[in-house]
Design a protein around this ligand. Sequence first.
Ligand code: ARG
Length: 461
Amino acid sequence: MINTMWGGRFAGSPAEAMEEINASIEFDRQLAAQDIAGSEAHLAMLARQGIVEAADAEAIARGLAQVKGEIEAGTFSFSRALEDIHMNIESRLSEIVGPAAGRLHTARSRNDQVAVDFRLWVRDAIDAILLQIEALQRALAARALETAAMVMPGFTHLQSAQPVTFGHHLLAHVEMLARDAGRFKDARKRLNECPLGAAALAGTSFPIDRDMTAKALGFDRPTANSLDSVADRDFALEALAAAAIAATHLSRFAEEIVLWTTPQFGFVRLSDAFTTGSSIMPQKRNPDAAELVRGKTGRIVGALIGLLTVMKGLPLAYAKDMQEDKEGVFDAFRTLALSLAAMTGMVEDLTPDPKRMKAAAGAGYATATDLADWLTRALKLPFREAHHVTGRIVALAASRGVALEKLTLEEMKSVEPRITEEAFSVLGVERSVGSRASYGGTAPANVRRQAKAWLKRLGPG
Ligand code: ARG
């Protein structure tokens, strides 16, 4: 069946299909500010090198300023027939300036132009994401300081493993975010070379000064190989890879919030600001924001896979396939920014329930390791044997249907006669977390120290 909106139109006109598939203006208009900045730097360099005469350069500079004003004011009319942002701006510039506008494109091609624009865009996006990551870390560290001694179950295999503190758990996410920030900073360093002046692919015969344009645009240096300059999209791939890992971290945290807010866990409560009700079930408080952070990870990971796939078969240098690099990156960064904002909001919003967490922390024989440690320490049992003895005591408690600390000393002694009353002192969850004072462990004193160190490192923001 022919879809009259699309198929029908293209069936009538091959030229329509060509225009539609070729044009990128609907999305690359987001590069307008970067495109103008690149042109300004290029123009200043052409003028200083005597490649464009001063009078023409001044007229073009005024024209660029006018175009910039029109785009910012929303009065610029974008045309699909003009394909992309570069041609749209150039065309308007020649309306304003006249034929001299054509001198701007000396020693330049859209290939190096789009490469420089996109690098500038990704660099700005990374800088903005870094600020948001820090804001989330700050929110987490502040909550961690408040909840440094709030006992909760720690899980492995999603089975109660050993008690930890809520603050310790939150700081785990601060560490993950720190690595995310590190990946973005690392990608930014490699990205920060300027491809402008590579022209179409081979460089140019004009006496350009690539150091000057690189410096004007805040790059560390010009790229060294003209073919690579227009063919490379590593900078976008690396940024997407960092974004995909960060989104995966946020997704894991979002999943925890989804679990914690169920009535079955009941560890935290989110306010109405971050939950929705059900139209039919009045009791529901759905953690939609957390679910959407988890769900949106798919598009960010998808953007990475998409661009890797676009790039994998391309011979050097530029190919039009590469026009497909932008939408995924734009969407991934917009999505990651939104997810970070939503997670920060939830972290600030959530109310933990210390009673529920503590009760759950004690369930499931979570202090069994503490008993094994005590047997090793006090009775000098080899840890493997202590583990075995503890296993039999846990089995005994389970058969009686009671918690470890509810067994009598006689019952304990029936398994290991040398056990004394002192063993009971390690069975409480608070004692358990307090004793885990090894570096990086969950002891409240550790958590407080690390939360404070993070808050100091992150500053007030
Ligand atoms: N719109 C194009 C892109 O995004 C700009 C570069 C076009 N270069 C070319 N040789 N047709 O990739």
